[in-house]
Design a protein. Structure first.
Length: 66
């Protein structure tokens, strides 16, 4: 299992948090904790790829800050 933090640009409120949580819930990840500007995610690399997580965040309307 991999634990990774994703910095997210453009989030400013709880609605933003909910939007990201909704997209992440569509993936088969072990757990996620989303705050304004940050998502802490635990996932199995053999099941979910990092690029899928980034895409989910982008689908919610935000950008991952590398």
């Amino acid at each position: 299992m991999k634990s990774q933090n994703f910095k997210i640009d453009g989030m400013s409120c709880q609605h933003c948090v909910k939007a990201v949580e909704n997209e992440l819930s569509k993936l088969k990840i072990n757990s996620h904790n989303v705050e304004i500007g940050l998502a802490k995610i635990e996932y199995e690399e053999t099941i979910v790829e990092e690029s899928e997580i980034v895409k989910a965040i982008e689908e919610a309307g935000y950008e991952v800050d590398w």
